[in-house]
Write a protein that binds this ligand. Structure first.
Ligand SMILES: NC(=O)c1ccc[n+]([C@@H]2O[C@H](COP(=O)([O-])OP(=O)(O)OC[C@H]3O[C@@H](n4cnc5c(N)ncnc54)[C@H](O)[C@@H]3O)[C@@H](O)[C@H]2O)c1
Length: 320
């Protein structure tokens, strides 16, 4: 099967590419290597995939219709995994237009290119942030998702609705996977766990936003990738599916765990709550179990330990 991964040089995309290559899939990647974080890290992600030629990498933008049509035809793509986009809640408050452009417009251009070239299956990265400001979980796919609290969350909800409409109007098969805080080796440097590790190894204070009681359903990247591979094999019709670990942990617990695993004990520096942040994410994963056979297997301590081991020496933490 020929799988095209948009955003395949990024954290989740490159991990997925590695798994698919190991399983014998033919993989191609589209990525614009943007500077949301150091593009050298993305090039490193590509190099890790193996010798040049094991994967076709197209440096370009999903918002370019001609380019996308060319790639889809040339690679005879069977399934697209669409991960390209601007990630992260906080920067979206500074630059909403860019988020709508890359995420919503980018998805629409891609889906049009797929329609033009007869590619009918796509697995799309949505986000737990679409559930908005909730204090109780777990979150079910059928729960309301019409009050997103950041431009990022709004862009992801809009992407789901576009997929739903293309499914009804044009017969697109689309699974929109609502990912819950993904972590693991090569995580984006702007995400909390990467930042905390960076601060711990530098002996800097660990900067926490809020009172430390906000909770996240941290999910190990290999579990997410396993859910994606299952979605690639099964995608049919339109579905929204949570991929989480169904085990939320508070920010303070996370920091204690990281201190314990690293043996570094920097003090905590408290910072004001950030607009756009939500108090809780907590996935109900029954639908993923039923439709995909999804079964996350990595608890937070195991996953963080593995992530820290992969970092190796603290000097590898060349995070900006
Ligand atoms: N990491 C998480 O916890 C998480 C949670 C929910 C959803 N997601 C979504 O999963 C996807 C992947 O996330 P990630 O953490 O791997 O982020 P990432 O930033 O590492 O990967 C995204 C990649 O997309 C590329 N890109 C961005 N805009 C593009 C465009 N217009 N054309 C081509 N390439 C473009 C970037 O260069 C980058 O390599 C994103 O859509 C993100 O919103 C991630």
């Amino acid at each position: 099967m020929n799988v095209l991964i948009t955003g395949g040089a990024g954290f989740i995309g490159s991990t997925l590419a590695g798994r698919l290559l190991r399983e014998g899939y033919r993989v191609s990647i589209v990525d614009n290597f943007n500077s949301a974080y150091d593009p050298a890290l993305k090039r490193q992600n590509i190099r890790r995939l193996g010798p040049a030629g094991s994967v076709m990498v197209y440096e370009g933008d999903v918002r370019q219709p001609q380019f996308m049509r060319h790639v889809l035809r040339h690679e005879a793509v069977d399934v697209v995994v669409h991960l390209a986009g601007l990630a992260g809640v906080r920067p979206s408050l500074q630059n909403p237009t860019a988020y709508f452009d890359h995420n919503l417009n980018g998805t629409t251009v891609l889906l049009d290119a797929m329609r033009d070239t007869g590619v009918s299956r796509v697995v799309v990265a949505s986000s737990s942030s679409v559930y908005g400001n909730r204090v109780q979980g777990p979150f079910l796919e059928t729960d309301p998702a019409d009050e997103p609290v950041s431009p990022y969350a709004l862009s992801k909800r809009a992407v789901e609705l576009v997929c739903s409409q293309y499914s009804r109007l044009y017969g697109l098969n689309a699974y929109c996977l609502r990912l819950f805080t993904v972590y693991g080796p090569r995580q984006r440097p702007d995400m909390a766990i990467s930042r905390f590790l960076h601060q711990l190894y530098r002996g800097q204070p660990v900067r926490l936003f809020g009172d430390g009681h906000s909770q996240r359903d941290y999910t190990y990247v290999d579990d997410i990738v396993d859910g994606m591979v299952r979605a690639i094999r099964r995608v049919s019709g339109y579905e929204v599916i949570n991929l989480g670990s169904a085990a939320p942990v508070s920010l303070l617990e996370l920091v204690w765990l990281l201190r314990d695993i690293t043996g570094r004990h920097s003090p905590i520096e408290w910072q004001a709550d950030q607009p756009g942040d939500v108090p809780l994410t907590y996935a109900d994963i029954d639908k993923a179990r039923r439709l995909l056979g999804y079964a996350p297997a990595t608890n937070l301590r195991e996953g963080l330990t593995h992530m820290v081991e992969q970092l190796g020496k603290p000097t590898v933490l060349s995070l900006s």
